[in-house]
Ligand binder design. Structure first.
Ligand code: ZN
Length: 414
């Protein structure tokens, strides 16, 4: 009897996690207006998992197609004339190869920055780091998620009265490189303070406020149930769960580039700040003494962007933001040779309403950004752990450029 109970529990555990055997990620190349419309309509049906949005003619679109629908979808594509290439031939193989099993770190000294960590490990790391570096690090609670998970910020600070640079990671659950980059960056700053003259100079004048995992329910769910989950985990309709936490902000809420369909991956939610994790982050950042710079860190596509997202109009300080973004991608390029593209969100990637970057731009600071880290689609969201360090290093190079812009008074007025 005991064995039966054990076996059935085992079965529940094994079968709870969604698998993606035989699923493929196809890269589609729309080259005519008609093909673009076809893809836009497909995107609105929210039946396939779009890894990158439909952006325009000549710009590729990555779509994950379940194994059972591959044959019919490919046949359909041939009727539209849209060319495609198989970018990932078996998603489950990539998931299996993405990370290595590692023991839960018993102490801070055991913490491995070269692997992905689940939410509990991240939270434990935040409190361990703050305890180990009381002169440099402050641990603050940002808020509590819908499922009751407390999530925190870790601030690198050397002096009272400095302005704050907020770096938000993990708002989209499946973008694992983002939290890993936040954590690696904290470690680097703490290690290099007092040694590296540039980092020391910046930290003497700017607080770096990291929120390593700002969508705890979604992130945890990508570990326990569905690696490809993007949204929060609040019930959104009888059939579907979750709100896109980067469409849920009061910045042209419900406008273009966000969906009113609860099953969509870009569902904006019943009202602005309906999600406990977005409301908590808003209050936390607005409660900081002097927030001067904000960046929301996503993956993938290698982009460094600024407002507006919800409209094509340029922000009043376009030239300043454009210069900071250009300097950031130049610093990235120098670090490991990777090319990132810079530009305004709405003209670089797509029009999207209700995003963090626009909200903080309109309400908090003239310096607000959104980044998409590695890669360009070879692994997509399933970036191997070996790329954590280089991705974090190039990102930190860009963060340093942005912090310098605060010091240079680029963020004092619109
Ligand atoms: Zn994202």
């Amino acid at each position: 009897m005991k064995l039966l109970v054990f076996l059935s529990l085992f079965a529940v555990c094994v079968f709870a996690r969604k698998t993606f055997h035989g699923d493929q990620v196809l890269r589609l190349h729309p080259i005519t207006e008609g093909q673009l419309n076809t893809l836009q309509n497909l995107e609105k049906q929210y039946e396939l998992d779009f890894w990158t949005p439909v952006r325009g003619i000549g710009i590729p679109v990555d779509i994950r197609v379940p194994s059972g629908r591959l044959a019919s979808f490919k046949a359909y594509l041939s009727t539209t004339g849209i060319h495609y290439a198989v970018f990932i031939d078996d998603v489950q193989n990539y998931i299996n190869a993405e990370r290595t099993e590692h023991p839960t770190p018993k102490a801070l000294a055991d913490f491995n920055y070269h692997v992905y960590h689940h939410f509990d490990e991240i939270q434990q790391w935040i409190s361990d780091m703050a305890a180990a570096h009381p002169k440099l690090l402050t641990n603050s609670t940002v808020g509590t998620s819908y499922e009751g998970l407390k999530f925190s910020a870790l601030t690198v600070t050397t002096k009272k009265g400095n302005p704050q640079f907020v770096i938000n990671c993990g708002i989209h659950a499946r973008e694992w490189i983002s939290p890993a980059t936040c954590m690696f960056s904290v470690k680097q700053l703490v290690t290099e303070y007092g040694t590296d003259p540039t980092i020391t100079g910046l930290l003497d004048k700017v607080d770096f406020v990291f929120i390593p995992s700002s969508n705890p329910d979604g992130y945890q769910y990508t570990w326990s149930d569905d690696r490809m989950w993007r949204k929060t985990r609040t019930p959104s309709s009888a059939r579907c769960t979750g709100v896109d936490p980067n469409r849920n902000w009061d910045a042209n809420f419900g406008g273009p580039g966000a969906s009113d369909m609860p099953c969509s991956d870009t569902y904006y939610g019943p009202y602005a700040f309906s999600e406990p994790c977005t409301l908590a982050q808003k209050k936390f950042v607005e409660g900081l003494p002097n927030p001067k710079m904000y960046i929301d860190v996503h993956s993938y596509s290698q982009l460094w962007m600024f407002p507006y997202g919800y409209k094509l109009d340029r922000p009043s300080n376009f030239d300043t933001l454009d210069k900071i973004a250009n300097d950031s991608v130049a610093a990235i390029k120098v670090t490991h040779g990777k090319t990132y593209q810079s530009g305004q969100i709405s003209t670089t990637i797509y029009v999207a309403s209700g995003s963090t970057a626009d909200y903080f731009y309109d309400n908090v600071t003239p310096c607000s950004f959104a980044a998409e880290l590695r890669d360009e689609g070879q692994y997509g969201f399933l970036l191997p752990e070996s790329e954590i360090q280089p991705t974090a290093e190039e990102s930190l190079a860009a963060f340093q450029v942005m912090a310098q812009a605060i010091i240079d008074h680029k963020c004092d007025s619109y």
